[in-house]
Structures are given as C-alpha cells and as structure tokens.
Design a protein around this ligand. Structure first.
Ligand code: PMP
Length: 358
C-alpha cells in the first residue's frame, strides 16, 4: 500500500494529520459549537422548495458572483452595508482561505493571538503564509498595550482577531480592534463567527468598516443560524476587498443549491435566530454553575464555555465521554471547552461533570 510519505507532497505538509474534531456517535455532542436545535419544519420546507426550483437548471453554472445572496446577507448585517461590500463562500473557513490567498502567501506573514481559532494557522500553512503566534495576557485576556506592541514588533501582512474568541469565548474590547487597525500595516481580519451570541454591550467590528479599507469582518451561518451543514460563510469589507478575493476564488465556487438554500434560510432568519436566546440562557447557566462548583471559567460571549478541570484535561475528556458527553479538548493544558445546547444537554453535561470529582 502506498502511504502518504511515499508521495511527493510539500515538505511543510509532511508528517501532518488532517484537522478535525472527533466525529463520534455519542448521545450528547457538545464539541464543535454547532447549534443543537434542528432546522424548524417551516424553514426546512421553504429550503426544500427553493432547492427543488433549482434542480432543472443544474445543467447551467450558478451565478458566479452570488449577487442576490450577497444582497440578502448585506441586508441581514445592516450597518448600511450593500452587496458590493459582502462576499460569500462555503463557510467562513473558505472566506478566510481566500483572504490569505490574496493578502498572504509565500514571503508574507499572518498573525493571531493564541489561543484562538486553530484553523487560522492551518489556513496560513495551506496558503504558504508564515504564521506568527502572538501572545495573550493572563487569563487569556488581551489589552490594547499587549496587542499593539506585538503588531508593532512583527508588522504582519494579515492580522487575525477573533471576537468572540474561540476557544475562550470572550469578545474583544472594541478598543483593541481599533488600536490594532491603527497599528497594523496590512489587513486586519476580525473573525466574528459567534457574534450573534455576544452579551449586551459587545460591539461588532462592522461599525468600524467606514473609512477602514484594510478591515475585514468574517461571519458564518454555521452557528447562530444553525446552518453548519449548509456551508455558508461571508465577509463584509470595502468593495475593493471583495474585488480582491475575486482574483483567487474558484469560478462557480458556491453551488446553485447552496445559494438557494442560504437565501431561503435568510427569509426565515427570525425563526432560525430564535434559538439564540435559549442557547445564551444555557451558556450563562453553564458558566454560573461551573463557577459555583469552583471551576475557573472564561467569560463567554459565544455558544460555548471554556472551563478549567484541574489535572490532565485528556483524562477529564475521557471521563465525560465515558458518561456519554463529548466535549472538546483544544490542547490547552487543564482546560476543556463545552458547547451550550439544549437544556437537556446542559443537564447531561453537568451530571457527567460530577463524575470528575467522584
Ligand atoms: N471561525 C471560528 C472562530 C470558528 O469557531 C469556526 C467554526 N468552528 C469558523 C470560523 C468556521 O466556520 P464555518 O467554516 O463553518 O463558517
């Protein structure tokens, strides 16, 4: 049998394994920050009709520029955005890959404050962009001073900020985003995959877009919209940025079925986003319950919670799995991350967690 090592793959990819959380069949899956609520029937029916209407046209390529969908996404975002300021792709992972293809690449650097979303360095790797891991302060916080000093030192071509941050859950102080934007010589990408779950007072970087053509905000329908399987991510930025990513996007990257499904889902955005407040209740319940049990817990503006287990998190992860609850080991010694889902899932998680102390 031919192994990977027998193939003439790039030297920088040798010895690596593909990214991905374990997809295990267990009763309670709280490891990938999905929305636990299924798509409501009325929405599924609308999506089904929209897809059916496309089927006989599948002999034709889709709208290469996804113009109608981008208009719908701009209307959803508000902030006076128009479709020429929005771009869409198969998940925000693909959007960010396109950004690195056009603004990163060989000889260029991308930079992010670790721990943050682990795909950012992997997208850098795949696009031949050098990754510079910057540091966070105590308790995973990030002050204006710490952020600006590191941007000044490394002068990266692309800065990734993640707000609310994965895996910590905490939204960035808007002053940090503004200060990084002022200091960075290149593009600043604010990954707002979890924006809809933020606590009151959090400010989206969308409000900074006017007058900042090097700022990009990425969003996704995978989390709050409960549309992870539909694969739809998008960005908002200056129209010049949208023109720039079109230099590297594959022609017809977004299928007619995806475009139709996403547009139908957006028609029902109130029904889909109706789960957000219920999920936030569970998120806040997990935070307060874990704190009352003596765990250290990061503040969460997302649909997940990072908590300290003490001792080896790999052991704790297995104990929870044996109790039927799958959470995420993000590789932070002593910490685990759990997705907030339904009340029953929270019950199961909190019960399983009791096994840790017994
Ligand atoms: N950004 C962050 C911070 C994420 O956690 C995720 C999903 N885990 C993504 C982006 C990518 O989501 P998608 O490609 O499904 O839009």
């Amino acid at each position: 049998m031919t192994s990977l090592d027998d193939l003439p793959i790039r030297a920088d990819l040798r010895g690596l394994s593909p990214y991905g959380a374990p997809q295990l069949e267990v009763p309670v899956r709280l490891n990938t920050n999905e929305n636990s609520y299924p798509v409501p029937d009325v929405v599924a029916e609308t999506i089904g009709r929209a897809i059916a209407a496309e089927l006989r046209n599948l002999n034709r390529y889709p709208d290469r520029d996804a113009v109608a969908l981008r208009g719908d996404l701009a209307a959803y975002l508000g902030h006076g955005l128009t479709r020429d300021q929005v771009w869409a792709a198969n998940g925000s992972n693909e959007v960010q890959q396109q950004l690195l293809q056009v603004f990163g690449g060989p000889g260029r650097t991308a930079f992010g404050f670790t721990p943050a979303y682990s795909m950012h360095p992997l997208l850098a790797l795949g696009t031949g962009t050098r990754w510079v891991p910057a540091r966070r302060g105590a308790d995973f916080g990030l002050t204006v001073g710490e952020a600006v000093a590191q941007v000044r030192e490394h002068r990266p071509d692309v800065v990734f900020l993640c707000s609310p941050n994965n895996p910590t859950g905490t939204a960035l102080d808007p002053a940090v985003v503004a200060a990084v934007l002022a200091e960075a010589p290149g593009m600043v990408v604010v990954d707002e995959a979890y924006a809809e779950f933020a606590r009151a007072g959090a400010v989206s970087a969308l409000s900074l877009l006017p007058g900042h053509p090097r700022l990009v905000v990425t969003r996704t329908m995978s989390k709050a919209f409960g549309f992870a399987g539909g694969r739809l991510g998008y960005l908002a930025a200056d129209p010049a940025v949208v023109a720039a990513v079109q230099l590297v996007r594959l022609p017809y990257h977004l299928s007619a079925l995806t475009q139709a499904a996403a547009r139908a889902a957006l028609v029902h955005r109130d029904a889909l986003l109706g789960t957000v407040s219920a999920i936030k209740v569970q998120r806040d319940r997990i935070v307060s319950e874990l704190r009352s049990r003596g765990h250290r817990v990061a503040d969460s503006d997302a649909n997940f919670v990072l908590f300290r287990v003490g001792g080896d998190q790999r052991v704790a992860w297995q104990v929870l799995l044996d109790a039927g609850v799958l959470v995420r080991d993000v590789g932070l010694p002593g910490w685990l991350r759990v997705t907030a889902g339904t009340p029953a899932e929270t019950d199961a998680f909190l019960l399983a967690l009791e096994k840790l102390s017994s």
